[in-house]
Design a protein around this ligand. Sequence first.
Ligand SMILES: NC(=O)c1ccc[n+]([C@@H]2O[C@H](COP(=O)([O-])OP(=O)(O)OC[C@H]3O[C@@H](n4cnc5c(N)ncnc54)[C@H](OP(=O)(O)O)[C@@H]3O)[C@@H](O)[C@H]2O)c1
Length: 288
Amino acid sequence: MVSTSLPGGTWTLGDLTVTRFGYGAMQLAGPWVMGPPADHGGALAVLRAAVELGITHIDTSEAYGPHVTNQLIREALHPYPDSLHIVTKVGANRDQQGGWPPARDPESLRRSVHENLETLGLDVLDLVNLRLGDAAGPQPGSVAEAFETLVDLQRQGLIRHLGVSNATPEQIAEAQAIAPIVCVQNMYNLAHRQDDELIYALAEQGIAYVPFFPLGGFSPLQSSVLSTVAARLEAAPMSVALAWLLRRSPNILLIPGTSSTTHLRENVAGAALPLSDDDLAELDKIGR
Ligand SMILES: NC(=O)c1ccc[n+]([C@@H]2O[C@H](COP(=O)([O-])OP(=O)(O)OC[C@H]3O[C@@H](n4cnc5c(N)ncnc54)[C@H](OP(=O)(O)O)[C@@H]3O)[C@@H](O)[C@H]2O)c1
């Protein structure tokens, strides 16, 4: 049974029902997503709190740490409740400097899927996103070989559903011509609105749009308009940013990241903040 008491209710990814309010686990690894967390017990507590709050969608990657975040999820939550769906991504490695070099050749993708299964302690991955582009954002280029490799692993029964991340509209269409996708995970928030049209197009197809960096990522959102609206509503700016995303389109799923149970609880409560049409119109000016 999936709780619908979380703000936003639920969404269906293929045959998987998830709460629209999810949790992004990337911030649980060490600084710049390298190495172990400073507070191992605190990281486990955040994951357990997320599930206790009713969250059924956790976003991760073998590249976080690397390996660290997946291992924390397994330590905190395995054996997983049936309602919990862990979404992972493949397509990038980590280098010694903490960079994210692409790893989208068939052998790297196969290895990464098997590593995710191993570190998460699963026989099947619920949803795997193919991460494209680079740290600067989506980059043009064919996804066919990489996506077909994941489709092959799906046919082998190792993956339930597929998605793409950091992708251009052309790459999304190219992937969809090969096999169905259930979500797109791209950078999007109040201040970065490059995917406005894409979100509508995906909503019409019943495909989820999962913004990464919903709170600004490594550079938390800062905007005088956001501060003004938040002050008027007597709410935290992060709450306003999350409530705005939930109102933005029904196919948007939230995966805000935090390493703090206090922030996690604040975010869950804050995303329920009611926003008036006037608030929305004012917030709309930020990214336009
Ligand atoms: N597909 C991709 O290429 C890609 C790229 C990046 C991220 N992701 C996914 O997207 C998820 C979300 O991204 P993200 O975690 O990097 O960025 P984010 O959710 O935009 O922001 C996280 C940052 O906000 C802070 N924060 C969270 N709640 C707060 C609150 N209530 N008050 C003040 N600060 C707060 C966190 O610090 P504290 O830890 O101190 O709370 C953290 O520094 C990741 O976990 C990851 O799963 C995917």
